[in-house]
Design a protein around this ligand. Sequence first.
Ligand code: KIV
Ligand code: ZN
Length: 522
Amino acid sequence: MTRAFDKIKNNPDRIIIFDTTLRDGEQSPGCSMNLEEKLKMARLLDEMGVDVIEAGFPVASAGDWEAVNEIAKTVKNATVCGLARAKKSDIQASGEAIAPAKSRRIHTFISTSPLHMKFKLQMEPEEVLNAVTESVTFARSFTDDVEWSAEDGSRTEDDFLCRCVEAAINAGATTINIPDTVGYALPEEYFTKIKMLFERVPNIDRAILSTHCHNDLGLAVANSLSGLRAGARQIECTINGIGERAGNAALEEIVMAIRTRPDLIPFRHEIDTTKIMKLSRTLSTITGFSVQPNKAIVGANAFAHASGIHQDGMLKNAQTYEIMTPESVGLTESKLVLAKHSGRAAFKNKLKELGFDLGENAFQDAFDRFKTLADKKREIFEDDLIALVEDEIIRENELIKFVSLQVQAGSKGPQVAELCLTVGEEEKCERVEGNGPVDAIFKAIRAIIPHTDAHLQLYQVHAVTGGTDAQAEVTVRLEEKGKTVNGQGADSDTLVASARAYINALNKLLIKRNSLNPQITP
Ligand code: KIV
Ligand code: ZN
């Protein structure tokens, strides 16, 4: 019996939360993550209690394979899943990549809608049906936990969908996923599709039915919840709803809807919802995909009450305008932690409390930066320390390192940046004029390390805490020949943070250039 079946065996209301942030989310433009970033997300997802982590698409590139394999070695509780098309090479790559996981799943898929079969696959329905049986049978030789997906399932004819689902289950699939691949379905329609499968597929009780809804019409969460009401017991979703085009169903919206409305959605999951904000912020820092302020659950305004009437109601009784508490999603005031006179021991203790364990050199650098920050900023909050230490960790293994920056800026001009970097052992400096200070800094980096094929796609600044003395957290996205990397930098000086973020992106680009393989996306 698979772990998922085991979980729902005597709990008909228990649902499986299948997170695909690192696969469907990561494959969307601008969301690519490197190995360390994927591992960090996987650890957080595991701690949060997701049941399945879809860690990637191993056959796509050596980097994808390695990431899935490392996640399989790292994750403690969740089932680790690798995606595969209905091809032996894909399934083999997935099976081998997930092999070290304590609990492992292969997720294999093929299109079943008339449109996809005719134009995308150029296959006859009977050929597709054979491929379903062959792919699931082969996947079962690697693990007893096999998920089969009918790509474009919501636009597939009922008769053919029933035949494919029955064949997949007969071949050994234990989870059957019905994707609304193009985000076209309406909630009632999706409900009817799932219900129809329960009514018509004779062996349906041998598999868990799953939803996988895209958000093109803004209905991904509504459709997923409809699927649950119709009998599905697995929901595929992503943090912040990232994913192809308009994205996937947002994990935080699904789990909070279930928690907030048990009267109408009486299901149980094991997600620690207080970890939601941490995951949401970590993901948006890594990818540079900021969350819109009015986004449900994780947007900056999701718990802000602006109008006088609402504030008055809130003071009298929070339930007047608040259907869930900020604490339930992990939104707490960043705590004041250290001040200028705090010493090494207090600093070390606090880092330990926050879950950081730095080597001696990194610790010394972080402590020096903390002292500099404390000189400039009266109050140091937990979020300041996290930004500072994460910045230190990011930089530990960089080939190109930031050394110093002097900038001349202001309305009279010219705006000039004098920048020094080390490349390996060698220090290199340039003085460059630009159209504004940020332009001057980025040009100086380009003068020291020419990279003419790379283009700046995103430059984004966000304040770590409130106040004008807040540290800046900058994200820079570079694109080179269709590949993108995101760099991060944090500093109390926005221009220094900008230089650090650009240099971080450039370091990642160099690594990517050296490990490139042709990329295949599903
Ligand atoms: O949206 C989709 O159909 C997918 C499949 C690969 C499951 O992501
Ligand atoms: Zn998808």
